[in-house]
Design a protein around this ligand. Sequence first.
Ligand code: SAH
Ligand code: SF4
Length: 335
Amino acid sequence: MNLLDLTPTTAEQRVGELVKSGGFEKYRARQVFNWLWTNPIPAWDQATNLPRSLVTALDNHAPIARPFLAKRQDSSDGTIKFLWEFDAGAVESVFIPEGKRATLCISSQVGCAFGCVFCSTGTMGFGRNLAPWEITAQVRELHMLGIKPTNIVFMGMGEPLHNWSAVDTALTQLNAPGGFGIGARHITLSTVGLLPQLAEFAKRKEQFRLAISLHASNSATRQTLMPVERKYPLPELKKLLREFSRRTTLEYVMVSNVNDSDQDAEELSQFANDISAHVNLLPLHPGAGSGLKGSRHEKIDEFAKLLAGRGTPVSVRRSRGKDIDAACGQLAIKE
Ligand code: SAH
Ligand code: SF4
């Protein structure tokens, strides 16, 4: 049994059963449970408050699953990139300190099936889905290193809604009081907009944040950048987002002469205003080597002004960790 693959509520029940069947006192269950997410330990023999026989029982029935930290790279701007190896496949996560806030960008899949032309992860193709424990191990392992992120973004490798059932459980582990207890407003899921799963995500009652990778506000342009546009076209995405009552951010990578004209700004502004969304403009990072060129900084600022002038809340995202290939869209594992 892998307790770290369960929601905290279910894990607590399983721990209770295990403790009972071994003939241990009832209060032991809470002690065991706290070592899962509240005070994570690398192995049961580090659980200082448990009797030897219970440690043995846990080792036999519910060993603690862990990835191997294969590499750590520190950027000159404080950003840290981690490479985690699992039994099959590896993923990266990126830790981004910014004043009081500390954001961890996590992965949900090995590779990605969606092939957006500007994205390095897309060039890897699809490897496999991560299990819930593999998603949240990226946080758990950092806690054991003494690093505690305040915010989580699903903006690493993979398309989280393509792995919805595991991400669903992972969201609970991140947010629940018996899990990591991170406020839902501090957890952001980023997606290209897989409509059926987006509807499922929208049903969750916690105030998780949603970021949509839009990158174009008309279907023709979006198709040249994102193959998914053929399957889930913008008009349908917009319809669903209109019904989604929480704050949505639209992610928009600025590509020179592709999506950065004045008319693009006008269309984007219309799209955002129709669904009351905030726009995040991102500089294009050297990623998939698709021959695309990023818009110049002045152009991005100009574009932002056009949006603001039309009443659209807009911010320009600062690149972090570029020197260690840790910025958005730069995560890819070679071997
Ligand atoms: N698959 C999800 C989440 C991972 S990508 C998604 O696409 O939303 C996280 C963000 O990085 C997305 O907004 C994505 O479009 C953006 N991105 C991908 N490649 C990029 C690049 N080369 N430069 C800047 N941003 C990029
Ligand atoms: Fe996949 Fe997101 Fe990259 Fe597109 S941008 S290829 S969906 S990880």
